[in-house]
Structure formats: structure tokens, C-alpha cells
Write a protein that binds this ligand. Sequence first.
Ligand SMILES: O=P(O)(O)OC[C@H]1O[C@H](O)[C@H](O)[C@@H](O)[C@@H]1O
Length: 300
Amino acid sequence: MNLAQLNQDYGLAGQVKILEGTGGWPYLEVANTQATALISLYGGQVLAFKPRNASRDLLFVSDNAYYQVGKAIKGGTPICWPWFGPDPQGLGRPNHGFARNRLWEIKRTEALPSGATQVVLGFGDAEDTRELWPYAFALEIEITVGNTLALALVSRNLSDRPFDITQALHTYFTVGDITQTTVLGLDGTTYIDKVDGGTVKPQSGPLAIAAEVDRIYQNVPAELVIEDKALNRQIRITSTGNQTAVVWNPWLDVSAKSGDLTDDAYQHFVCVETTNAADDVVTVPAQGEFRLAVTYAIAA
Ligand SMILES: O=P(O)(O)OC[C@H]1O[C@H](O)[C@H](O)[C@@H](O)[C@@H]1O
């Protein structure tokens, strides 16, 4: 990949620089008056986002993350697409689909009048995707770096028949101390408990995390909040296009067994994922599109 050419085509003076980074592929370094961010072309994912007035990054990236073609980067904002979780047809295709395991392209970059910077990445079907999933598509992620971080995942169906997808914006949030972290907004919903054989259970009150948590929450509201007492901040998650949200923390045993997590990693992050998961399947009509969007705001 020709970095000089990428910078000429997509660099924005004082806002966007394209550099080669870990793994040997290009990254976009965004810096504007409101925030800084680091975006990897591999996976099409944001690895760092810090508003100018924030003391800690919004996002968590594992110290043991893989930066290897064919593997997912553990941290930031991975994209699970065109399915969430294990292969829905049990054919042995990769967990969470193929979007997080490939290089994306830069589609456009723009300095917005608000002072924020927008970066749009995408990729479409190719021989290897058609072997895994037999549809023509164009997938784009619109990333807006400003006082908040906004993501919109747009799935375009270029085929002449509908397709079904499940998907996730599988974001890893930095927390000061998981034992002093709660997730608000889920009270009164039900969840599929993946650590208890998929039993459906009611949620009552805030979600405190004191063991492995892997849950698909159903009929979630548009706003969820991570309350982080140790860092003395809240992360407000506002989404559209989803009826489900996944909360995941691996806790000690799973962290210790995962090659791309340090043993104590679970203490420092929680995933609150904006999803179309379980029964929240999206059908994208032939030649149609679907938009899943989320905004993350840090509040004191
Ligand atoms: O390790 P990964 O394939 O990245 O998956 C990490 C996690 O993603 C989601 O949160 C799923 O609900 C979990 O079951 C899974 O363990």
C-alpha cells in the first residue's frame, strides 16, 4: 500500500494522517480541536479515542492483542458481520463473521463544519467473501471523531435477492475497575444468559459485574450508560437500528485462557455491544440497505 498516495488522496491537513503501524498495515491518525483517534484499516476499527478534555481513552485494547492477518484485534471497536457469534449454519466459518479479519479501504475523509472529522472505510464482496457468504454487498463504517465518537455501519445489498444478517459494534470500553462498574438502562429487560446455557432471565436494577458475563439483552432502550466509579465518569451509549445489546466481560478464567488477553485484562474493560443478535435478525432487501448506528459520549 502506497502511504504517500493514501495521504495525498485522503490526508487532511491538521486532521488526518495515514501511517504504517503495528502489523504493517495503514492506520489513520485523527487529531482535531475536539479529540484524537487512531483507526486501523485492518478490521475497519477504531483503536483509540480521546476527547481533548478526557483523562483516559474511551477504548480498551488488550496488551496481548494480535496484529496478524487472519486474526481479530482484541480491543477498540471490532465489527462482527455478517453474523454475530458462532457460524449460524454450523459450517465452521469464523466466529463473528469475516469483517474484523480483513483489510478495509478508505472511502473518504472529511473535515465537518462542526469541527469533527469523518472517516469512511469500506469493502465489498470478493472471491474469498463469496466462498464464505454468497452475496454481493458493500459494507461501510462511518466514523465521526468529535466531542463524541459516532459509528454507523451501513450494509448495502447489491444482490438480486434479500439477505439476512446479524451483527455487532463490539466495542471494548476502558473502565477503571470492573468491580466498581455498572451498566444502567437494562432494568426491566430480559437477557439470554450465554454462561447459563442460553436461559432467558429478567434483569432487575443496574447490572453489576462480579463474574463472567455474556448476555444478549432483548428489547433494549436507545440509551445505555456505563457508570465507572473508579474513573469517576459515565459513558453514554446511544444507538439506532438495534433491538439487542450484548454485555461481555470474560472475568479471570476466560482472560487467563485467552492468548490475546492478559490474566488481569478483565478488570479494565467491559464490552457493551450494539447488536442485531439472536432473534434480532435483519433482512436487507435486494438492492436495499440497513444502518446500525451508535454514539459514545463521555460525561463526568
Ligand atoms: O473472542 P472473540 O471471538 O472476539 O469473542 C469475544 C466475545 O464476543 C461476544 O461478546 C460474545 O457474546 C462472547 O461469547 C465472545 O466470547
